[in-house]
Design a protein around this ligand. Structure first.
Ligand code: SAM
Length: 379
């Protein structure tokens, strides 16, 4: 059933929020001040999630989407907003989230050097005879041949590919070498497509790293370089560094090269192997990455700096407890979820006696409501 609603304000990540029959209602592709026709996609006890059906009274800030797949595609949520307005919104949301968590900080926000064609890592779904991305709030697959955020190399690699009844597709293009890795993610194995490898070599400014399409890789290499420059400059001066959620070593290489002692941890066995190969290939002698989940909260007594880059759920509570009762001098916390990051930072500040020196947002996911943020805490 369709219903009319006025959008009162923004909600994270880049959603509009209004009230329908007294229930907070969240929907994408709308702007504050707009009157729209919407349709419920999920009804919770106290809130509704809805889909935009038609804009009845548009905001003056609305722009025509440059992408024909918007707003059906679940990939980009902010294509109805100019890039300048997206940056203002994201900086505002990062600051509001931090302040609501009780953090005293004013965060700046760094744009993506490439707001279009920046996405070098993507997973495509196979389904319903199509290869593409999920429709917004749906398991249905939508083919997205006109996608404006995929890199040119990925788009070329995707063109003409047929869906696979058994598997989704993982893809990674190196901005450094132009190599593309394409892999079918079958149930028990990863099958590279003919003519493509499973891994590429990427350089974020510290030396070439081997990264796999099936494993984790940062989406936007140009923004990753900017983050790494800030992270490594803040890590300078700390000789004994521990890192959790190390992955295949994107942050670890620069950290370990600059450290006297480096202690890395990561849960995923293949990422641990690859991460250590990456460290070894660059002659790292300060330490290695060990297989351990963050819940085990391994943290050597001697560590001065802890670096974390957890998934959206945030830092393992046991690791926060360990950091609170440790002799750590500083924490660098990188995150793709400002909500869980602010929650964890607040605990480290309130219970661990750390001071939040700065919080910086980066537009890792331009045209979407998401962002990356890095915080420095010191004692
Ligand atoms: C956001 S990625 C960051 C990886 C790395 N920093 C990078 O930039 O490539 C998060 C990493 O945490 C790992 N991870 C997820 N859950 C974990 C857990 N409970 N304990 C330890 N590592 C975990 C994932 O395998 C992944 O490599």
């Amino acid at each position: 059933m369709n219903f009319e609603i006025t959008v009162d304000r923004w909600a994270w990540p880049g959603l509009g929020m209004g009230y329908y029959q007294g229930k907070a209602t969240f929907l994408a592709a709308v702007l504050p001040g707009e009157r729209v026709l919407a349709q419920t996609v999920k009804a919770g006890k106290n809130h509704l999630e809805a889909r935009l059906v038609e804009v009845l009274e548009p905001s003056p800030a609305r722009i025509p989407s440059p992408c024909p797949h918007f707003p059906d595609c679940g990939g980009c949520g902010l294509l109805h907003l100019s890039y300048e307005d997206q940056l203002v919104l994201k900086e505002q949301q990062l600051n509001e989230i931090a302040q609501r968590a009780g953090l005293k900080v004013t965060a700046g926000f760094t744009p993506s050097p490439q707001p279009w064609g920046y996405r070098h890592k993507a997973n495509l779904k196979s389904g319903g005879g199509k290869l593409g991305l999920n429709r917004y709030r749906s398991a249905q697959v939508l083919a997205v041949p006109e996608c404006k955020v995929f890199s040119a190399g990925l788009k070329q690699a995707f063109s003409g590919l047929e869906p696979n009844r058994e598997a989704d597709l993982a893809a990674l293009e190196s901005q450094d070498t132009g190599q593309v890795a394409l892999v079918w993610l079958e149930k028990n194995r990863q099958q590279p497509l003919s003519g493509f490898g499973q891994q590429v070599f990427e350089d974020y400014g510290q030396g070439r790293l081997e990264l796999t399409a099936a494993g984790f890789a940062q989406s936007n290499p140009a923004v990753t370089r900017l983050i790494l420059a800030d992270l490594l400059s803040a890590a300078r001066g700390y000789g004994r560094i521990a890192e959790h959620y190390a992955g295949a070593g994107t942050l670890s290489l620069g950290l370990a090269l600059g450290a006297e002692q480096y202690f890395g941890y990561e849960t995923h066995k293949k990422a641990v192997e690859l991460g250590n190969r990456n460290l070894k290939a660059h002659g790292v002698q300060s330490g290695q990455i060990r297989e351990s989940n963050a819940e085990a909260a391994l943290l050597p007594d001697s560590a001065q700096l802890l670096v974390v880059d957890p998934p959206r759920a945030g830092m393992a509570s046991a690791l926060i407890n360990k950091a609170i009762h440790s002799k750590l001098e500083a924490v660098l916390y990188l995150s793709c979820d400002p909500m869980t990051q602010a929650r964890d930072l607040a605990r480290l500040v309130q219970e661990g006696g750390f001071g939040l020196v700065w919080l910086k947002g980066y537009d890792m996911y331009a045209q979407t409501g998401h962002q990356e943020a890095l915080a420095l805490l010191v004692r």
